[in-house]
Design a protein around this ligand. Structure first.
Ligand code: NAI
Length: 345
């Protein structure tokens, strides 16, 4: 593991195993300078255990940057539960995962991520106190971070549009959205409400069809989303969709979306810049969800959470200023800004 390019002096990488419950998970704690590690738990099928380790390493480092820049009193951590091919998720498995988290004594706090619902978090919480994003009074919708993440992405996109088009106005702006789940779906509704022209893709055609009917959007096959002539590409599915195979195909001026780890490698940030495409770093723009879920730990009232989301566009502008000042791409500038906050630069 120490030789993996994504191993970045992580403080701890824990294997959580319970054969009887069918649990095999990785909990990665990247940095706890600012407080206990916080980051979602993901339930996903990986081809190889090594892929799960890499995912946890990358995602936990991203959480360090995200929490630091968002002004949250938490370090960065993330966990991935390796799902079987049939993705069976039993209460026993979730509880066994809770036992593993509890053993860390609060060094890592979790919330939901891809494949884990607020209801699943409630099941995990039967065995550990170190969770947030719990449905209050059984109200799963209120616990969902997706709308908050989408709101932050929406505000960031406007800041990005001001940069590339000289105006935040979304009227007639063509946006492609990849992944129409909790984040992408909400984002589409906000964009459509302000007159954006949407092209959508999801591996679930029914989901894409329903959203298109609601927003008047066009739908393309998932593999074609990179080729659509548009102004903005919003990646809201999984990571690494900005890579050597896709960047050359993009016909947009701006990339701003909710997915974590959008760049496959650091070089892809430079490649986007070379193509004249402005990339807004994912961990800067998608911090709305974590700001909401950790309000159960920070005690911040709803108004304060919304005020913190309102800081995202200003943060985007500051990162772009730093990038221009230091002649680096925005991803590099954002990483440097985060490292400075945790005293590692
Ligand atoms: P979700 O699981 O609700 O939705 C993901 C959607 O992407 C699904 O509709 C799925 O069918 C679709 N999808 C998967 N692979 C695809 C592909 N190759 N092409 C097109 N569509 C594809 O997940 P959610 O919550 O919307 O999160 C989306 C992304 O945003 C993830 O990367 C997640 O880590 C990230 N994120 C989510 C936050 C949240 O508040 N939910 C917070 C910060 C980041």
């Amino acid at each position: 593991m120490f030789d993996l390019p994504d191993y970045d002096d992580h403080e701890a990488v824990v294997v959580a195993r319970d054969a009887q419950a069918g649990l095999c998970a990785i909990i990665a704690i990247h940095d706890t300078t600012l407080g206990p590690a916080h980051g979602g738990a993901r339930f996903w099928t990986y081809d190889r255990p090594q892929d799960a380790i890499v995912d946890a390493l990358r995602l936990s480092r991203g959480m360090t940057y995200k929490n630091a820049l968002a002004g949250l009193p938490f370090g960065g951590g993330k966990s991935v539960i390796m799902a079987g091919k049939d993705r069976t998720k039993t209460p026993e498995l979730l509880e066994a995962f809770g036992v593993a988290v509890e053993k860390l004594g609060g060094r890592y706090n979790l919330a939901e991520d891809v494949g884990i619902s607020p209801g699943d978090v409630a099941t995990i919480a039967r065995r550990t106190a170190h969770v947030c994003g719990l449905p209050a009074d059984g109200n799963e919708a209120a616990a969902d971070p997706g709308p908050f993440t989408a709101r932050g992405v929406f505000l960031a996109m406007k800041a990005g549009l001001a940069e590339v088009r000289g105006s935040e106005d979304l009227g007639g702006v063509r946006v492609t959205v990849q992944g129409l789940g909790g984040v992408g779906g909400q984002l589409c509704d906000m964009l459509a409400a302000e007159g954006a022209v949407l092209t959508l893709a999801d591996v679930d055609p029914a989901r894409a069809g329903a959203l298109a009917a609601r927003t008047g959007a066009q739908v393309v096959d998932p593999g074609q989303i990179y080729d659509v002539d548009a102004d903005v590409y919003a990646p809201c599915a999984l990571g690494a969709t900005l890579n050597a195979a896709t960047i050359d195909r993009l016909k947009v001026a701006l990339v701003c979306g909710g997915a974590n780890n959008q760049l496959a490698t650091p070089a892809d940030g430079t490649a986007l810049q070379r193509r004249g495409i402005l990339y807004l770093p994912d961990f800067v723009v998608n911090a709305g969800g974590v700001t909401h879920t950790t309000s159960q730990l920070t005690g911040w009232p709803h108004d304060k959470v919304l005020a913190k989301l309102g800081e995202i566009p200003g943060r985007v502008r500051r990162i772009l200023d730093l990038a221009a000042r230091d002649a680096v791409d925005p991803q590099r500038a954002a990483e440097r800004a985060a490292l400075e906050i945790i005293g590692k630069r």
